[in-house]
Design a protein around this ligand. Structure first.
Ligand code: ZN
Ligand code: ZN
Length: 429
């Protein structure tokens, strides 16, 4: 029986910004516009969009992934010898060459984690359509945002294009069925992720947010003895370790946050040495071995005149990791002292670029995985992975963990508290 007198939903929501802690009073609109934090311009909330399209996209992506695993990916022919590889060959050949950890990283980031994410999206939307919490749906909703940074199907698709430039110089290449289905899967995965807004999702799963009495917009949550859940948005008293609404861990400013970030940064700096000193791959042709480091690979592309690819590899493998280490170190210093030279807008830009760009450094590791998966011609030509690839993956993973661990609210805490006059949230299309 439909309710004749439905309870009018509160048109306003009080949300604490995940990045600067300012509490905003948001008027919910249904036009698909993002609500931005007035202080740091972080995208706070996007109202729920077309209910059916997101699971449909996720389901199609899963079908494309299944097809990508069933068909060959790339084939090449050289001096009468032919070989075709599947997507999983990119990982299995690494395992054969005694790099099981690297194989697990490749298979987890391009297949297992994205497949789990897409299945979760379908299951949660089934739960929403059934208007009941199907088993595990709340737990999966808690996991979704944590999985997001570790899905790298799009990075692998770009790495395949970079590899092609390298392979075309050596052999006649053919793009097979799985190349197109995998590219489609990577694209649909990206669109599905951009459509998933965690706070909106929790609103639909658990109803509208509870608004603590006396909460004032325009002040930080901490100044009011509150903490906002980064995942479902619920404001609650400080001191809770888990959200009262969605049970996710709450991120209070921990006194050891910066120490943890520094520890992760130092680990990644240490891993930089073997990553650049050891070969990333070893080419063996007619009994002659030719090891190649990351910088060696860049120089090789330059020698062949492929400077755009040399630039991509140099940016992804050298500039980005070192730039990230420098940027996060800078942010840590800024978060621990009041007088620093960069203005807040520049610091937040630096933080967001650092957070976004990190996983793109995996391009070179995926290029090696694809080339090793493809070039297995026995004595004539064999390409093996080198220890540099594993060390470089460690650099990428540790810098990503450092960026994820960094709490941008610490930078804002060094600022004067915002005025008590409520700042109006902004909306953008
Ligand atoms: Zn903010
Ligand atoms: Zn929560």
């Amino acid at each position: 029986m439909p309710d004749k007198h439905p309870r009018p939903e509160r048109p306003h929501l009080l949300l604490a910004c995940h990045e600067c802690d300012l509490v905003s009073d948001i008027m919910i609109r249904q036009d698909g516009e993002w609500h931005q934090c007035p202080r740091c311009h972080h995208a706070l909330l996007r109202p729920a969009q077309n209910d059916q399209l997101t699971p449909a996209l996720a389901f199609t992506a899963l079908i494309l992934l299944a097809l990508s695993l069933a068909f060959p990916y790339i084939a090449f022919e050289q001096s009468g010898l032919e070989r075709a590889m599947t997507v999983t060959d990119a990982a299995s050949e690494l395992a054969i060459y005694h790099h099981p950890l690297l194989a697990v990283i490749v298979i987890a980031t391009i297949i297992v984690i994205p497949a789990f994410y897409l299945l979760s999206v379908c299951w949660i939307h089934l739960s929403l359509a059934a208007r009941q919490h199907l088993p595990g749906s709340l737990m999966l909703a808690r996991w979704l945002p944590r999985l997001q940074p570790w899905m790298m199907a799009d990075v692998f698709a770009i790495a395949a294009l970079v590899s092609l430039v390298k392979i075309i110089a050596m052999a006649h290449v053919q793009l097979l069925e799985a190349f197109w289905t995998f590219t489609g899967y990577a694209l649909l995965l990206l669109i599905t992720v951009t459509r998933m807004n965690t706070i909106s999702l929790w609103q639909r799963l658990l109803g509208t947010l509870l608004q603590p009495l006396g909460t004032r917009p325009g002040l930080t949550a901490q100044a009011q003895g509150l903490i906002g859940c980064a995942w479902c948005g619920q404001l609650q008293p400080l001191g809770q370790h888990h959200c009262l609404r969605c049970s996710s861990p709450l991120h209070e400013r921990h006194p050891f946050t910066l120490q943890r970030v520094w520890a992760l940064l130092i680990t990644s700096i240490i891993a930089c040495f073997p990553a650049h000193l050891y070969p990333i791959m070893v080419t063996t042709s007619l009994g002659q071995s030719d090891p190649s480091t990351i910088i060696g690979g860049v120089m090789l592309f330059l020698d062949h005149g492929d400077w755009p690819i040399a630039l991509v590899i140099f940016t992804a493998s050298v500039l980005v990791p070192f730039g990230k280490i420098f940027a996060i170190s800078w942010l840590c210093i800024a978060a621990s002292r009041r007088n620093h030279t960069l203005d807040m807008a520049s610091q937040m830009r630096l933080y967001r670029v650092t957070e976004w760009i990190g996983r793109w450094s995996m391009i070179d590791v995926f290029v090696v995985a694809i080339i090793v998966g493809l070039f297995q011609l026995g004595n004539i030509l064999t390409i093996e992975p080198g220890f540099g690839g594993l060390a470089f993956s460690a650099v990428v993973i540790f810098t990503m963990l450092a960026a994820l661990q960094f709490d941008p609210r610490l930078i804002w805490d060094q600022q004067q508290s915002p005025t008590t006059s409520p700042l109006k949230p902004e909306t953008t299309a």
